[in-house]
Ligand binder design. Structure first.
Ligand SMILES: Nc1ncnc2c1ncn2[C@@H]1O[C@H](COP(=O)(O)OP(=O)(O)OP(=O)(O)O)[C@@H](O)[C@H]1O
Ligand SMILES: [Mg+2]
Length: 328
């Protein structure tokens, strides 16, 4: 397998000026400043094979954007080794940038006062796209993302969702082989989120593109990525398949049953911890090792019309992990 993204022992420290609150402190800081070091990335390592798509998740300030900025050559690292498609990103070689797509949900690359088509024309020049390729890609992207009729309106008049779709057109017009997406669905409604999510998956498949996608929205990642990298406070906490995350960290399984007759809560508590209790529906959390046993105990003792054993939702597991880490 061809390793397209290689990150080894990557560190990034930011030196920031610190000043106490208040006017006096402001004067003092004019004379002497105190600096503080922020270790945004503490020696992280991972790699991606060609065509792989991973979800990069973590709480605010974890280091996701910093990582993507270094990988795209916007930021220099403090130390460590990074190679993407054989290039060192911060050398910013034309051939590298030409094969790279960076799309940031919080920051636009489209010119605010101009219609998107003007920004796209500009990108065509920057990336030196042939007429044929430009037309073909533009046609394809505008069609899938359904933006043909908004290409000629000034970007500032567009809604957030419309803008985000155009950002994707701009970021992918040169059909990059490696794509970094930083919260591409931030602020969008669920329908728009789903559309963008599907589109990214399609792009990844059709172009065999290597994709890193950050998101705070677990729904964005479920179903479109197999692998997640979880980062917290500048360190990688988990890197692997979503299923193994569930196996490793979900200590419980969830039994949902529809009762035929009411059962006292205390009696259900003997089987598992009661999460929801609203007759006829009850939800119990039970240790995953004894889930089947608990389910048969329920079935034997109380008539039920329906019963399901499920995994704890991934979102919940991740929230638990981050909460546990925050308390450390
Ligand atoms: N230019 C900068 N100067 C100083 N500190 C910075 C700078 N950029 C980021 N940081 C700090 O580095 C840490 C990581 O920030 P980063 O933006 O990478 O987090 P993130 O995981 O993308 O968070 P979010 O989910 O909020 O987008 C934070 O503590 C942040 O305050
Ligand atoms: Mg960020």
């Amino acid at each position: 397998m061809e390793r397209v993204v290689i990150v080894e022992k990557l560190k990034k420290n930011f030196r920031v000026r610190e000043k106490d609150a208040g006017l006096l402190a402001s004067f003092k800081s004019l004379v002497s400043s105190s600096y503080k070091n922020i270790n945004a990335l503490k020696s992280i390592s991972f790699s991606l094979n060609k065509g792989e798509m991973v979800g990069f998740i973590g709480p605010n300030g974890a280091g996701k954007t910093t990582t993507l900025k270094i990988l795209s050559g916007i930021l220099y690292p403090t130390s460590g080794f990074v190679q993407v498609m054989g290039f060192t990103p911060w050398e910013r070689k034309y051939d590298y940038l030409n094969q790279l797509g960076l799309i940031m949900g919080q920051k636009n690359q489209l010119w605010w006062d101009l219609p998107a088509i003007d920004s796209l024309e500009l990108n065509r020049a920057i990336y030196n796209l042939s007429d044929k390729k430009y037309k073909k890609n533009l046609q394809e992207l505008t069609e899938i993302l359904d933006v043909a009729d908004i290409l000629r309106r000034p970007v500032r008049h567009l809604s957030l969702g419309q803008r985000m779709r155009l950002e994707l057109v701009a970021g992918l017009l040169h059909s990059p082989q490696v794509v970094f997406l930083d919260e591409p669905t931030v602020g969008l409604d669920v329908v728009a989120q789903a559309k963008i999510r599907e589109f990214i998956k399609e792009y990844n498949k059709n172009h065999e593109a290597t994709v890193i996608l950050t998101s705070h929205n677990m729904n964005d990642l479920l179903g479109i990525v197999d692998r997640v990298i979880i980062i917290d406070k500048g360190s990688i906490f988990f890197d692997g398949k979503l299923e193994s995350l569930v196996k490793k960290y979900a200590l419980n399984k969830i039994i949902t049953a529809t009762l035929i007759n009411p059962v006292r809560r205390e009696d259900l508590e003997k089987i598992g911890s009661v999460v929801e209790y609203e007759f006829p529906k009850v939800v119990l959390a039970v240790k995953r090792t004894v889930a089947t046993l608990a389910a048969s105990e329920l079935l034997q003792n109380y008539p039920v019309s329906d019963l399901n054993i499920e995994e704890v939702p991934v979102e919940q597991i991740i929230v638990q992990i981050f909460q546990a880490n925050a308390e450390k």
